[in-house]
Every structure is written in structure tokens, then in C-alpha cells.
Design a protein around this ligand. Structure first.
Ligand SMILES: [Cu+2]
Length: 366
């Protein structure tokens, strides 16, 4: 049996197939295939890539004993989470992934001996062909020291087929490190955000990404290590969510791991749509305005707000609203500076994780 077959079949529980014979037409009765039913769509072909990005997978310094891997547009700028990949509906891009993670590191992360030694790039939401799936069973992974090109297409809406486009917030991640599901790569940090904009969508001044993940983490960190903000030098960064009052800020939220979370931001609310934007400035009542959203593993969403709109500057909490998650350190802040770029407060109490939950009512040990 080939690796591909074994990989596909492993993990599937055999379910006995019980089909009432009388419900199936015999060969003689089977209808002759005719013209496609009315309303059938016409599969589109993928336009050729209009641009090529280089993406590097590298090993980063360990976090304690935890191996960290990251993606970057250059090896030197690799981070976890990885960099934002932006597309516009209708666009095709090629991404050349270079695997610079040492073979020994990948071998050490290998849990399933049938998983190849390599890294990959698997994307959600946008379209790609089989060879760009980034999975072991398609062989679309990258051995150490080699490059491989993946092609993604951000499908535009089809008015003829009455089907939506791929505008919205998605993510990319490894799918082969450790297990055929890339669990080792995800745990180590091989993940990043994708946004597909519609032409004409407003572009934000800042985009901030939060991965809500295993063990009560945001971007694989727990409070107080999530927030890299320095009030003496308030500069926006991958883990420093800082904006001046009035700036347009985009948040991208992705859930990984094995837990459900609720993503909550203080002082701001947004439209619960694919793009977090409303059409023609009008939402009527068909679109909910929310400030808290439930997410499970694999989910992603995003939105734009004007920083401090009505609510003004401040160190606005951003946290999981499952109480034991926030108490365990799943909390950070969105720092809105005043209109001149000055922090409003230098003495925000540190949001530390609680050392023990065992004394809390309803909690039993930790
Ligand atoms: Cu949570």
C-alpha cells in the first residue's frame, strides 16, 4: 500500500455500510446520464499567477523548552505567527516556500514515523489545486533545504452561478510536521494570517493578528508575555497592538488547537460580516454588531475599527471571555494612543496569569 493510501486511511474508523438494497436502483433501472441539470455551474480555470512571494520556514530560538518555528518573507524576519499575506479577489499568486528548518529539528518533532521530514504550506478559504494542498498524501511538502511553489487563487464572486467570492479572513499553516495533520508545525508556530480584500475595500493603517490557541495562549504566548508594548516607545508590532486615536485598525482572529474560545475587545464593536465591513455604508438590521465572538479550531474572522472611536484613547483589554482562560493568561491589550500619539497611562497593572485555579469555586485542581 502506498504512503498516500495509508495516510488517507489511517485514523478512519471502519463503519459498516448498511444500505437497503431496495432503495438502490438496479443497473437496468439506473438513469442514463444526460445533460448537466439546470443550474449547474461551469468550473472556472485558474488564471496564471500575477506575482510571486518568497516565504521562508526557519527555526527560531526556543521558548523555554518549546521548539519554535516561524515563517517569514526573509529568513531574518521570520516570526510566529507568520507575516500577513494579502490578496485581492480575482488575483492568483505564487508562493515559493523555502524550507530552512534543520532536518534534525524536524526529525525530533516527528511523532508519526510515516510523516515525511519536511514543512508545507496549506491555506484556508482561497482556492488551489491538489499539488498546492500542502499535505503529505499529495506529496506537496518541502524537504529540508529545498523550495516548492504553491499557487493560490482568491476567487471572485460568480454572479452567474450566484456563489460568493473568497473575500475575508483566512490563514495558512504547515500540514506535515510531526503528524499528517501538521500538529507539530502548528504547535511550533508555523501559521500565519491571510486577508482577501474586495477591490475598493478600505485599507487599514495597522493589521494585528491574534491566534487563540492551546493551553490558553494568544499567539502561542500567555499573559504577561503576550504584550510587547513599551509605553516609553509605543510602536506597533506583531505582538504590540498600538494605534493612534482615529487610525483604521484591522484585527485578524484565528483559532487553533483543541479548545473553543470567545474573542472579546473592550471599547470597540464591529459588523459580524465576512470582511467586518458593511456595504454602501448601510447595514440595516440584517448584520449584527458584536464585540464578542465564539471561535473553534480552524475558524477565522476579522474586522476593521477606528481606534478609540467615541471610546477614546486607553489600554483596552483584549481577551478570551471564557473566564478560566482569561484568568490563566489569555489576555492582552489594544493600546490606543491619544491623537498626538501619546500613551494615556504608563501604569497599567500587569495582567498576570493566575498561578492556581484550584481555590476557585467550581474549579478542581490545575
Ligand atoms: Cu479561550
Amino acid at each position: 500500500m502506498t504512503l498516500m493510501r495509508r495516510t488517507l486511511l489511517r485514523g478512519l474508523t471502519a463503519v459498516p455500510m448498511v444500505v437497503g438494497a431496495s432503495t438502490l436502483p438496479s443497473a437496468a433501472q439506473a438513469p442514463v446520464p444526460a445533460a448537466p441539470p439546470e443550474g449547474a455551474g461551469t468550473p472556472s480555470t485558474m488564471p496564471p499567477p500575477g506575482r510571486t512571494l518568497d516565504l521562508y520556514a526557519v527555526e527560531l530560538p526556543k521558548d523555554g523548552t518549546q521548539v519554535r518555528l516561524g515563517y517569514g518573507f526573509t529568513p531574518e524576519t521570520a516570526t510566529y505567527p507568520g507575516p500577513l499575506i494579502e490578496m485581492t479577489e480575482g488575483e492568483t499568486i505564487a508562493i515559493r516556500l523555502h524550507n530552512q528548518v534543520p532536518e534534525a529539528t524536524l526529525k525530533a518533532l516527528q511523532v508519526d514515523p510515516e510523516t515525511p521530514i519536511g514543512v508545507s504550506l496549506h491555506v484556508h478559504g482561497v482556492r488551489y489545486q491538489w499539488e498546492s494542498d500542502g499535505t503529505a498524501h499529495t506529496g506537496s511538502h518541502v524537504p529540508p533545504g529545498e523550495p516548492r511553489t504553491y499557487v493560490w487563487h482568491a476567487k471572485a464572486p460568480s454572479h452567474k452561478d450566484r456563489l460568493p467570492g473568497t473575500a475575508g479572513y483566512w490563514w495558512y499553516h504547515d500540514h506535515v510536521v510531526g503528524t499528517p495533520h501538521g500538529t507539530g508545525g502548528l504547535t511550533a508556530g508555523l501559521l500565519g494570517p491571510v486577508v482577501v480584500r474586495r477591490s475598493g475595500d478600505p485599507r487599514p493603517d495597522h493589521t494585528f493578528t491574534t491566534f487563540f490557541g492551546n493551553l490558553q495562549t494568544i499567539n502561542l504566548r500567555r499573559s504577561p508575555n503576550i504584550d510587547a508594548y513599551d509605553p516609553m516607545n509605543p510602536v506597533a508590532g506583531p505582538n504590540s497592538f498600538v494605534a493612534r486615536e482615529g487610525e483604521r485598525v484591522e484585527f485578524i482572529v484565528i483559532c487553533t488547537g483543541n479548545d473553543m474560545h470567545t474573542w472579546h475587545l473592550h471599547g470597540h464593536s464591529w459588523a459580524d460580516t465576512r470582511t467586518g465591513l458593511i456595504e454602501n455604508g448601510q447595514s440595516f438590521d440584517s448584520v449584527r454588531t458584536i464585540d464578542n465572538k465564539t471561535i473553534g479550531p480552524g475558524d477565522s474572522f476579522g474586522f476593521q475599527v477606528i481606534a478609540g472611536d467615541i471610546s477614546g484613547p486607553g489600554d483596552w483589554m483584549l481577551h478570551c471571555h471564557m473566564q478560566f482562560h482569561s484568568d490563566m493568561g489569555m489576555a492582552t491589550a489594544f493600546h490606543v494612543l491619544d491623537i498626538n500619539g501619546n500613551p494615556v497611562s504608563h501604569d497599567m497593572p500587569a495582567m498576570t496569569s493566575m498561578p492556581s485555579m484550584s481555590s476557585m469555586p467550581g474549579m478542581h485542581g490545575h
